[in-house]
Ligand binder design. Structure first.
Ligand SMILES: Cc1ncc(COP(=O)(O)O)c(C=O)c1O
Length: 337
């Protein structure tokens, strides 16, 4: 193992092991840790391959200031995974089994958890998919649930400097009554063309509006949207087509506790001139400031004061808690013993 912790980004590397469970005859087996073979086998007619019957999660383990390793709110990921699984007619994976699997795979890959000084984390990626054969659209009979881990640094190379976001009026990632509120693999396939076009125009991220009217903000391709208004209110969209972000849910709580006014409601695009700061939030991006939003020929600019803005204040509150620099007053961090 030869990792330069100071150069960690957010990309796949093979680590020591992954954990794999199989569902057959109506039940999950006890699972096994597989070393040195980062591949899975499945039917050539697997429902995941043909019909996208697959869901995934993303969460992180941190090496904290006391050198102990803790996982952030993994019970929430277990619940969201099961909500997505139910929507795509996949079997429930018991919450305790999920937590136990996270513990086992983090422990087995302990040397890949970046040191406290590296400011990184171990990114944990659970995936459930239909592995049994189906021809003709229907749920599979057999499933796999795997968890892989990678050491991770910042998602966007620019770090807290911020990124530009692009709104397209001719692309949506979700349908008004569709699967946007679940973490289905297919949602991400549906966002790839827009993502590629945005990058070609110098924007690392796409910002989606509500798919019905393009009147309200929805979310970014890989994170939730929030803004701080000029009067210091934290606002974030209430929408049926966005993923319920665990980071956003946590920031809402933190923002309220530091005395900010918080509003979760439909947010009209026309309110854009009232925003002082705009942020993308999620496990991977943490809080990433958005400097500019491009829509058609218009550019909207925001300033996130890197020393004294609300975004940086919230970032500090959240990461201090995750790295164990402040007391875990919410009980969000689970110690890996
Ligand atoms: C589309 C989308 N929205 C929001 C999020 C943020 O969710 P969380 O904070 O639970 O990571 C993610 C990342 O998982 C995502 O892919």
């Amino acid at each position: 193992m030869d990792i330069d912790w100071s150069k960690l980004g957010f990309s796949y590397i093979t680590t020591k092991s992954h954990i794999e469970f199989e569902y057959t005859d109506g039940k999950w087996n006890d699972g096994k840790i597989i070393e040195g073979n980062p591949f899975v086998s499945m039917s050539i007619a697997a429902s995941a391959l043909h019909y996208g019957q697959a869901t995934f999660e993303g969460l992180k383990a941190y090496r904290c200031a006391d050198n102990k390793i803790r996982v952030f709110r993994d019970i929430e990921n277990a619940r969201r995974l099961n909500a997505s699984a139910k929507y795509a007619c996949m079997p429930e994976f018991p919450e305790e089994k999920f937590i136990d699997a996270v513990t086992k795979i983090v422990k087995d890959n302990i040397e890949y958890v970046p040191p406290y000084s590296a400011n990184g984390s171990l990114y944990i990626r659970p995936v459930m998919f239909g592995s049994g054969p189906v021809i003709g659209i229907a749920p599979a009979e057999a499933y796999k649930f795997i968890i892989l881990v990678i050491p991770a640094g910042p998602y966007y190379k620019s770090g807290f400097i911020g990124v530009d976001a692009m709104i397209f009026d001719d692309y949506d990632r979700a349908a008004p009554n569709g699967s946007g509120r679940y973490k289905l693999a297919g949602n991400y396939a549906a966002s790839m063309t827009a993502g590629k076009l945005a990058k070609e125009k110098g924007c690392p991220v796409v910002l989606y509006l509500d798919p019905k009217e393009h009147k309200y903000f929805d979310e970014f391709s890989s994170s939730n949207f929030f803004a701080i208004t000029k009067d210091g209110t934290y606002i974030t969209p209430l929408s049926n087509s966005i993923l319920p972000s665990i980071t956003n849910k946590s920031l809402i709580q933190v923002a309220a506790d530091i005395g900010m006014k918080v509003e979760k409601r439909p947010v009209e695009f026309s309110e854009i001139d009232t925003f002082a700061e705009v942020g993308a939030c999620g496990t991977a991006v943490v809080i990433t400031p958005v400097n500019k939003i491009h829509r058609c020929d218009k550019v909207y600019t925001f300033t996130s004061d890197a020393s004294n803005g609300f975004l940086v204040k919230l970032y500090k509150e959240l990461t201090d808690l995750q790295y164990g620099r402040t007391k875990d007053k919410y009980g969000w961090m689970r110690l890996i013993e």
